[in-house]
Design a protein around this ligand. Structure first.
Ligand code: LLP
Length: 420
């Protein structure tokens, strides 16, 4: 169920009217629904009911807010992290170190060490070079690091090119045709406990076939590894399940995804691991914004200038992504408009020629499906500061990330003495 719905003509987040939050916290502000997060987490788990004890690791990059992570920790999720910073967050949210998977092509020496010292559950190694470095570090600390080898299956995920990760030309994983020899070489390292393989072919996937194709290649690799006498007890199938961004769009359900996984992994005899991000939090969040003013330009539709901008929600500027845009108190009137932010470049455009609720200066509106890859991708471009985040739970809400004012960012900058 959508947790952002009209009640008596006013958009609510669960039981809270959005104008109340705007009054209390100001705009722009990201809002998350605890009920929506929980429902998605449970739907994902239920979709995998046909599997024996899957490991669920939320992809922290999708929404690293501490309170969001805590909601998911309470749902039994571990974390998929890609930096030392994300690891620190997952641990701060109460996730057990052994439930943390560390992915990423460029883990630094310091980050590998942080993972070893924290005793995280699994490193997803993305190159032979990284494997040797980790082996050395682990040995020096008298430890064996549990690892999976991330393979690049050379499969087209049929999604936006900037979020495709499983083609040969992408930087991720080791080429599948070299995976067996690399796995064998790394298995001989005393510092490593090579326990499995991993794959992640991309994000916002609208179809299951590319995933199934990648999993088939992974299954063949597992058989080949075992045939060579190597042990494989885990397989990490990554994330990628897409979500609707437009009202009415239909995406594969968690149940369909789960049925496909059961089919594709039959007889693997491993513990399966998953790294969903967007599926869990995408539709659990909106970005609440206020119209600054409208202006006419030429003969075209008006520009509706809102107080959120590309620095707050980067996806439209970065990927040409669509986010539904709705008035908080719709009058029933409609208009065609260009929806833009205040930033000084044309890329700061959320939508062109959008059929939308009629809006004028001072009105509140939301960009929907902003719970994943929203606040986390924010910058302070144009010295705009960082937007706060609010978590709603029934009829209560709390600020779970404070607004970072431009002054706070300025306070961290210094003019050296020799320029005084
Ligand atoms: N595992 C790995 C190794 C990943 O690289 C990712 C996402 C995930 C899991 C989670 O994927 P999800 O279930 O969320 O699709 N900023 C882009 C999305 C980038 C995704 C990067 N990797 C966007 O706004 O669309």
């Amino acid at each position: 169920m959508d947790q952002f719905q009209l009640r008596d003509g006013v958009l609510h987040a669960e039981g809270v009217p959005l104008p109340d939050i705007a009054d209390a916290v100001g705009t722009p502000v990201y809002l998350y629904s605890r009920a929506a997060l929980t429902a998605q987490a449970r739907a994902f788990r239920e979709g995998l009911a046909g599997l024996d004890n899957p490991h669920l690791a939320f992809a922290v990059k999708a929404n690293p807010n501490l309170a969001v992570l805590r909601v998911l920790q309470r749902e039994g999720f571990g974390a998929d992290v890609v930096s030392g910073g994300e690891m620190t967050r997952a641990l701060a949210a109460g996730m057990a170190a052994e439930d943390i998977v560390f992915s990423g092509v460029g883990k630094t020496h310091a980050e590998l060490l942080q993972g070893i010292e924290a005793g995280i559950g699994q490193f997803n190694i993305e190159s032979e070079e990284e494997g040797y470095e980790l082996a050395l570090l682990a040995e020096r600390h008298g430890k064996r690091a549990a690892c999976a080898l991330r393979v690049n299956p050379d499969v087209d995920a049929r999604t936006h090119e900037k979020i495709s990760t499983g083609k040969r030309e992408n930087k991720f994983g080791v080429p599948i045709d070299r995976a067996a020899s690399i796995y064998a070489a790394l298995s001989a390292q005393p510092g490593l406990d090579m326990r499995g393989v991993a794959v992640h072919i991309g994000s916002q996937l609208a179809e299951l076939e590319p995933l199934e194709g990648a999993f088939a290649k992974l299954g063949a690799l597992i058989a080949e590894l075992r045939g060579a006498g190597l042990s494989v007890s885990h397989a990490d199938l990554g994330g990628g399940l897409g979500v609707p961004y437009k009202a009415g769009e239909v995406f594969p359900s968690a149940a369909e995804y789960g049925a496909m996984v059961v089919r594709a992994t039959k007889g693997w005899d491993v513990r399966l691991m998953f790294e969903p991000g967007r599926y869990i939090c995408g539709n659990a969040g909106v970005l609440l914004t206020r119209v600054i003013r409208s202006k006419r330009s030429g003969n075209g539709p008006p520009f509706v200038i809102v107080d959120a901008a590309m620095n707050d929600l980067a996806r439209p500027a970065m990927y040409g992504a669509w986010h539904d845009f709705d008035a908080v108190e719709p009058t029933g009137e409609h208009m065609t408009a260009h929806i833009v932010g205040p930033i000084c470049e044309t890329g700061d455009t959320f939508a062109m020629d959008r059929e939308t609720d009629a809006l004028s200066a001072g009105d509140l509106a939301v960009f929907r499906t902003a719970g994943a890859y929203g606040a986390t991708m924010a910058s302070s471009y144009n010295s705009r500061g960082f937007v706060p985040e609010v978590l709603v739970d029934g009829d209560r809400f709390a600020v779970v990330a404070e607004r970072i004012a431009p002054q706070a960012i300025l306070d961290a900058e210094h003019v050296p003495d020799w320029l005084a």
